[in-house]
Design a protein around this ligand. Structure first.
Ligand SMILES: [Zn+2]
Length: 311
């Protein structure tokens, strides 16, 4: 019973992310020619987009990968679905000859950690500590030959990797998409990878089986916007590169989403009804919440379950 529930919820998350990927396939998505065994619903791994000096975003085949070229090598953030390691490397070679030295995973999901094991064991893998615990439970890392794809180092609330202009600050502010979402800040160039806490301008993706929380979600983003300074640009989990203000606005959107969920539940409405009469202020007019995730009730289903369990 419990296993079936976990499976169906996990599938829900995957399907939601996949339809998102399909929806947002970049127009000029170039065929890399290397990404065999790719997941359905996602565009292929495509050319690096320059985000700032020495920082690139490589889209496709799952979450956006960031590649930060430091003095000693390349730090990559998120490794997409399984079997995309070579495609990531091929794209990387178009901008640098340096080897990959570090991997940071923003969270546990297979579309962000799937190609960790492609990289040699000498690559230093860093995650938030709850994500490391979640990853250890994943079937993908069960086999002995895959275990080197698990984290080598973890942090709880904050950690700084590398020094000087290469410094990367890792932050954790509480549950949102999962219970181990890291915000990755490239300090010198003022860019943050937000992972799936900010996957796109749409309904929050909440994976309760990995400790995600729609109730904590807005507060976690509020803490992040208060605690992280000097960031101008944000790499989203699955969409385009955005501005810091877009991330702050996403916190406000999530607050409205939660407040509407609470009010709707108190009024005895179903998740479907809540979704149907969720109205947004003008500033969110470019948000795409239509269609919902997890059926017509969208993620109100997930928040309702969480709110009911709290009573
Ligand atoms: Zn995710």
């Amino acid at each position: 019973m419990k296993r079936a529930l976990i499976l169906s919820t996990l599938l829900g998350v995957c399907v939601a992310i996949m339809s998102l990927g399909a929806q947002q396939a970049p127009g000029g998505g170039r065929e890399g020619g290397q990404g065999r065994g790719r997941g359905p619903g996602f565009p292929p791994v495509s050319a690096p987009e320059k985000v700032a000096e020495n920082l690139y975003m490589i889209p496709g085949q799952g979450g956006n990968t960031a590649a930060f070229i430091t003095s000693d090598g390349v730090v990559i953030v998120d490794t997409k679905l399984a079997n995309n390691g070579q495609a990531i490397l091929d794209q990387l070679k178009t901008v640098t000859d340096k080897p990959v030295t570090h991997i940071i995973n923003t969270h546990t999901h297979g579309d962000h950690t799937g190609s960790n094991d492609f990289f040699p064991a000498s690559v230093d893998i860093v995650t938030q500590e709850n994500t490391a615990a979640n990853m250890k439970k994943m079937p993908a890392f069960e086999e002995e030959s895959k275990k080197h794809g698990l984290p080598d180092r973890t942090f709880k609330d904050k950690m700084t990797l590398l020094k000087g202009k290469d410094a990367i600050d890792l932050y954790y502010f509480g549950a949102a998409h999962t219970n181990g979402d890291a915000f990755v800040v490239f300090r010198n160039i003022r860019v943050m990878h937000a992972g799936d806490v900010f996957a796109n301008k749409g309904q929050p993706l909440i994976d309760r089986n990995n400790g995600g929380s729609g109730v904590a979600y807005p507060e976690t983003i509020r803490k992040a916007t208060a605690g992280i300074k000097n960031v101008n640009t944000v790499i989203t989990g699955h969409s385009t590169v955005m501005k810091w203000q877009d991330f702050a606005d996403y916190g406000e959107f999530n607050k409205l989403f939660l407040e509407h969920a609470k009010a709707s539940l108190a009024a005895g409405k179903t998740a479907e009804q809540a979704m149907a009469d969720f109205k947004l202020p003008e500033k969110f007019k470019d948000y795409n919440i239509a269609g919902g995730r997890g059926g017509p009730g969208g993620n109100f289903n997930v928040i309702f379950e969480e709110l009911k369990a709290q009573k």
